[in-house]
Design a protein around this ligand. Structure first.
Ligand code: FE2
Length: 747
C-alpha cells in the first residue's frame, strides 16, 4: 500500500489523546482531520463527502514504510540455564498441520541470529524432523528421514550426547499405526561443544539476522520440554504413553500451556521458572493429544487442553512507530472523523470515532458504531482467496475493486474472522492494532460490489444529518466498558446496518436500557448474533468461536469455549439470548443477489403505529421498492431477520411489513433453523426466508423499531432522501428522540 496505517483506538473522548501509526512509501506525506459525512462513492447516491476540520494535525510529515511481522510463537528471555554446552534432549507433542508446506518450521530453538550458535529442533523443508547444533563456527544437523503426516499427533524427541558425539531423533505417531512408524534416527558427528548464545529461546519460531522471529510453526505444540541430559529411548517411550513419567530432576524447562490459558504467559513448570511470553495470538484453550471428549470445557479439564495452536499468519499488535499524536480538544463534537493522509495522488482515511464524555452527551440520539462487526469483517478477502466459491451466490462480486488492498492483505497474510489461516483453521481472534484496510469510509466490499459495515453505516450518518437529527457516536468497545450508563444518556439508540457481534455485557446493557424506558432502532440485519468477547488483558482483541450458527468456518470439536473469558462461544440463541428477545426479530436468511420490497401487514393500520406511517402513501400495500446502494434494489435484502414469538418476540409486537415470498432462490434459510437437508430452503419456497419490520413498546415509555434487513439503509438516500423508507425511519427517530414517553405496553 502506498499509504496505510492504524490508530491506537477506535474511539476517543474530548480531552484524550489518540496516536496514529502511518506507513508511507513516499518520504513525505501531509495529514489533516476530516469529518466524514458519507462514504460510498457510487454516483447513484450522495457520493463521498468529507469536510476538513482544522486541527493541530494539519501539516507535512516525514514518511517511511512500516512493515508487519506475523507469526505466533512463544519467546523466553535468555537465562544462564539455557546455555547447554554438552548433552541435552528436547521432547514435545506436536500436531503439524502443514508439514508438506516446503518451509522450515521451528519447534524449539535457542539459536544465534546467524545460526552458528546454539540448538534448534525443526520440521525441515521436506517435512521431516531435524535437530541443528552450532559450535560458533559451523553447524551440523540430523534429520529423521521420515515425513510427518499432516494433522496427526506425534511424540517427538531430539537429543545430543556430547561424550559419544551422537545426535538422535525420535518420532512416534499416535493412533493405530504400523510399529515401523516409530522412527529413531542416529548420527555420529564430529562436533565438540555447543556454543551458547544470549539470544532468546523461541517455541514455534526461530530468530533471524534482524532479531525478528521467522520459520513459524503451523499446528499444535504441547508440553515442549528440555532436559539437561540424554534421555534413553526406553524413557522416551515411557514419556510418550499417557501418564508416563521420568525422573523430573533432569528437567531444564517444561512449558505447560494448560496453565494461564487466558493469558499471554507460557508457564515453565521446571525448576528454573523460565516463563515465556505468548506472542501474536495463537489459539489457546486448544485440545491436546490426550483429549477424550469426556470434557469439553478447558477450565474444567485443563490437562486435556495443554496445546497451543500456532500459525505463521497470526498477528496481534503491529507495533509500528507513532507518526502523529492528536490531543482532542475538550469541546470537540462527537462524530465520525478520519485522519486523511495524502501523498501525491494517493490518500488514506484512518477512521476516528469521537464519542462524548460519559455524563456529557451532546445529543438525544446515540448511534452505536458496531466496531466488533467492523473488526470481524476487518481485512476480509474470503472470495479473493477462495477461487471455488460459487459465484452464482455472489453475483455482484467484483474482483477488480480495491485490488491494491487485496494484494496487500495477501502479501501480509492479513485475515478477517471470515477467512482461514494458512493451514485452514478459522480466525478466532482479531486485533485492531493493525492496518484494517476495509474499515475505511469509502471502501467498497468486493464480494457485495457495494458498501458494507462502516461504509454502509455512513449512509445512516449522512441521512441523519440530511434530516436534521443531531447524534452522538460510540463503539462496541465503549458499550462494553461503560455499559448501560452510556445508553441511558440517550432517548434513542440507533443500531446500524449490521450489529452482529455482541458480548454478554453489551446485551445486558441494552436489555436493561430498554426495560427502563430506553428506545432502540435496529436498522440492520443479522444483529446480536455471535457470542463475542474482549480479551480482558488486551481490549484491542476480540474472540469468537464459530459453531452452531450460519458460519463460514467451524471451531474444532472441543474448542467451542473462548480462551480469553472461558465462556461458551457460538451464537447467542444457543445461550438463551435469541436476538428476538431484544430486537423482536432474529436472523432468518441471507442472499446476496438483490433485495426486494416489503408488503404492509394488517398491523400497520394499528393506531399505535400511526406516527410511523404519517405521510407514507400506503395505497399499493408496498414499501421499499426502490433502487438501493446495496445489492442494487429493495429495502429488504442481504442478511434478513424475522419475528418469532416462540423465540422471544414480545407478544404485543406488531408486524408492520414483511418480505415473505418475495426473495429469490439465491436467498437461503439459516442453518441453525434447518433440521434436515431438503429442497425447500430457498427464498421462493421457504416462508422463513424473509425480513419482518416490527414495532413494540417497552416499559416506562420505551420502544423498539426493527427492520431486520441490512439493505434497509441502502434506499434511505434514494430520490433526494424522499421515499417511504426514509419517511418511516424519520418518523420513528423523530418520535423516539423526544423526552415524552411512548404509550405503555397495551393491556
Ligand atoms: Fe454478517
Amino acid at each position: 500500500m502506498y499509504l496505510t496505517g492504524y490508530a491506537d483506538k477506535f474511539s476517543v473522548k474530548p480531552g484524550e489523546t489518540i496516536k496514529f501509526y502511518v506507513s508511507s512509501k513516499n518520504s513525505k506525506y501531509s495529514a489533516e482531520l476530516v469529518r466524514v459525512i458519507h462514504g460510498d462513492p457510487n454516483p447513484k447516491g450522495p457520493g463521498f463527502k468529507t469536510e476538513h476540520v482544522p486541527t493541530d494535525i494539519d501539516g507535512e510529515y516525514a514518511g517511511y514504510e512500516q512493515v508487519l511481522y506475523g507469526g505466533s510463537h512463544v519467546i523466553v528471555n535468555d537465562a544462564a540455564s539455557f546455555n547447554i554446552e554438552d548433552s541435552f534432549t528436547i521432547t514435545a507433542w506436536i500436531y503439524p498441520t502443514m508439514p508438506d508446506s516446503g518451509k522450515s518450521q521451528a519447534i524449539v530453538t535457542k539459536l544465534s541470529k546467524d545460526g552458528t550458535k546454539g540448538y534448534g529442533f525443526f520440521i525441515n523443508k521436506r517435512g521431516e524432523l531435524a535437530l541443528w547444533l552450532g559450535d560458533g563456527n559451523t553447524s551440523d544437523c540430523i534429520t529423521s528421514g521420515r515425513k510427518l503426516r499432516k494433522s496427526n499427533w506425534y511424540f517427538v524427541a531430539a537429543s545430543f550426547d556430547q561424550p559419544s558425539q551422537t545426535l538422535k531423533i525420535y518420532q512416534k505417531p499416535m493412533g493405530w499405526t504400523q510399529a515401523s512408524e516409530r522412527t529413531i534416527s542416529e548420527k555420529h558427528i564430529d562436533f565438540n561443544r555447543i556454543q551458547f548464545t544470549e539470544d532468546p529461546l523461541y517455541i514455534a519460531a526461530s530468530i533471524d539476522v534482524n532479531g525478528k522471529h521467522r520459520k513459524g510453526f503451523n499446528g499444535k505444540i504441547e508440553l515442549p520440554t528440555i532436559y539437561k541430559e540424554v534421555i534413553s529411548i526406553d524413557d522416551i517411550d515411557n514419556l510418550s504413553i499417557d501418564g508416563g513419567q521420568i525422573n523430573q530432576e533432569h528437567i531444564l524447562a517444561s512449558w505447560d500451556f494448560s496453565i494461564g490459558m487466558s493469558t499471554q504467559i507460557a508457564t515453565d513448570i521446571g525448576p528454573n521458572g523460565l516463563n515465556g511470553k505468548v506472542v501474536n495470538l495463537p489459539l489457546r484453550a486448544a485440545i491436546g493429544h490426550n483429549w477424550t471428549g469426556e470434557n469439553y470445557i478447558a477450565e474444567k479439564s485443563p490437562g486435556e487442553y495443554g496445546a497451543i495452536h500456532f500459525h505463521e499468519d497470526d498477528i496481534d499488535d503491529a507495533g509500528w512507530d507513532t507518526s502523529i499524536t492528536w490531543n482532542v480538544p475538550k469541546d470537540f463534537r462527537s462524530g465520525i472523523y478520519a485522519l486523511k493522509t495524502i501523498s501525491g495522488d494517493k490518500n488514506d482515511h484512518i477512521p476516528v470515532f469521537v464519542r462524548p464524555l460519559l455524563g456529557k452527551p451532546q445529543s438525544k440520539i446515540g448511534f452505536l458504531l458496531e466496531t466488533n462487526t467492523y473488526l470481524a469483517y476487518g481485512n476480509e478477502h474470503v472470495l479473493d482467496a477462495n477461487e471455488v466459491m460459487p459465484t452464482d451466490l455472489v453475483p455482484n462480486w467484483n474482483q477488480d475493486i480495491n485490488r491494491d488492498e487485496l494484494d496487500y492483505l495477501k502479501e501480509n497474510n492479513l485475515h478477517s474472522m471470515y477467512d482461514f489461516k494458512v493451514d485452514g483453521s478459522g480466525v478466532a481472534y482479531q486485533s485492531r492494532k493493525i492496518p484494517i484496510l476495509n474499515i475505511r469510509p469509502d471502501f467498497i466490499t468486493p464480494s457485495r460490489g457495494g458498501p458494507h459495515c462502516l461504509t454502509a453505516d455512513l449512509i445512516i450518518a449522512d441521512w441523519l444529518e440530511e434530516k436534521g437529527h443531531e447524534f452522538d457516536v460510540f463503539t462496541s468497545e465503549d458499550l462494553e466498558f461503560d455499559g448501560k450508563k452510556l445508553l441511558e444518556q440517550y432517548n434513542v439508540i440507533i443500531l446500524g446496518t449490521h450489529p452482529e457481534y455482541w458480548t454478554l455485557k453489551m446485551l445486558k446493557a441494552m436489555s436493561s436500557y430498554l426495560a427502563n424506558g430506553g428506545r432502540m432502532m435496529y436498522l440492520g440485519g443479522n444483529g446480536l448474533y455471535w457470542v463475542t468477547s474482549f480479551d480482558p488483558e488486551r481490549p484491542h482483541v476480540v474472540e469468537i468461536r464459530r459453531w452452531g450458527g450460519t458460519e463460514i468456518w467451524k471451531a474444532e470439536p472441543g474448542e467451542y469455549y473462548h480462551s480469553t473469558t472461558g465462556e461458551l462461544g457460538g451464537i447467542w440463541r444457543k445461550r438463551g439470548w435469541p436476538p428476538q428477545k431484544i430486537a423482536g426479530v432474529g436472523f432468518a436468511a441471507q442472499g446476496f443477489d438483490v433485495g426486494t420490497a416489503y408488503e404492509l401487514q394488517e398491523d400497520s393500520n394499528n393506531s399505535r403505529v400511526d406516527f410511523i406511517f404519517k405521510g407514507v402513501n400506503r395505497d399499493q400495500g408496498i414499501i421499499g421498492d426502490h433502487p438501493s446502494l446495496m445489492l442494487n434494489h429493495g429495502a429488504a435484502g442481504d442478511e434478513v431477520d424475522r419475528l418469532d414469538f416462540g423465540l422471544g418476540t414480545p407478544p404485543h409486537a406488531l408486524l408492520l411489513a414483511t418480505s415473505a415470498g418475495r426473495h429469490t432462490k439465491a436467498y437461503h434459510h439459516v442453518i441453525e433453523e434447518m433440521f434436515t437437508t431438503d429442497s425447500s430452503q430457498h427464498g421462493e419456497v421457504n416462508e422463513f426466508v424473509r425480513s419482518d419490520v416490527v414495532f413494540f413498546e417497552t416499559p416506562k415509555g420505551g420502544a423498539v423499531f426493527s427492520t431486520g434487513s441490512i439493505n434497509w439503509c441502502g434506499v434511505l438516500s434514494y430520490d433526494e432522501y424522499n421515499n417511504d423508507i426514509s419517511v418511516i425511519t424519520d418518523n420513528v427517530v423523530t418520535r423516539f428522540a423526544l423526552d415524552e414517553p411512548l404509550p405503555p405496553i397495551p393491556g
